[in-house]
Design a protein around this ligand. Structure first.
Ligand SMILES: [Zn+2]
Length: 216
């Protein structure tokens, strides 16, 4: 397990293996929740940061894949937010589109408290995160953009050296191309992806290089 302080307000928790990156914002909001295969270790990470799972007020999912949503059941007070186009995956317990089957799991039906739309702004105290709908990896994939700090949470749309898969149920290669074109227009310094290492400088060049690698 590794904890990395990215800014005063953002911590990255990495549990390793197939777990998604988990970002803790202001010690009360999570962006993605991991698989849920390492609950005790995640709890320990939060303890290190002086909080308990019950203090998590909200979880924003970048998309409805099991490696990002499976861990949500640890946080009983958290309201769930996800893009409207991926919300049904949670509400119906869709083990195919969530890829739960790939992890040997069935997805249980999960209530969605807030359905997100493109251009919505999520406020966490003095932080404003703009929802950017970036379908392609899944129908309801989003990036979250802090325009002030030029930070972009990219989920599984783009990583430090790769783009998200487009061969999964609900994926769409053409939509991915359009989403990547959109990301190229943003002013970004830091990329906080759904897996792997973060990028803390020259993020725009990194986005362009990665997209070029895939001939998109
Ligand atoms: Zn994914």
């Amino acid at each position: 397990m590794e904890i990395q302080k990215i800014t005063d307000d953002i911590h990255l928790i990495q549990l390793g293996g197939l777990e998604s990156n988990i970002y803790l914002i202001k010690k009360k909001v999570l962006i993605d929740a991991g698989l849920g295969f390492h609950k005790k270790i995640l709890e320990k990470a939060l303890t290190t940061l002086d909080i308990t799972p019950d203090e998590i007020e909200r979880i924003i999912f970048t998309h409805a894949h099991y490696d990002h949503i499976g861990g949500a059941s640890s946080f009983k007070n958290a309201k769930i937010a996800i893009h409207t186009d991926d919300a049904q995956v949670l509400e119906t317990g869709d083990s195919t589109k969530s890829c739960a089957f790939a992890f040997g799991k069935d997805l249980t039906k999960t209530k969605v408290d807030l359905k997100l739309f493109d251009s919505d702004t999520i406020r966490i105290d003095n932080i404003a995160l703009k929802v950017i709908h970036t379908p392609g990896h899944t129908e309801g994939s989003i990036c979250l953009y802090d325009k002030d700090k030029k930070i972009l949470f990219t989920g599984d749309t783009i990583f430090s050296d790769a783009i998200g898969r487009t061969d999964l149920p609900g994926s769409d290669e053409q939509e991915m191309k359009q989403s990547l074109d959109l990301l190229k227009t943003l002013h970004v310094t830091t990329i906080l992806p759904g897996h792997g290492k973060i990028i803390e400088k020259d993020a725009e060049a990194s986005i362009n290089n990665t997209i070029k690698m895939y001939s998109y």
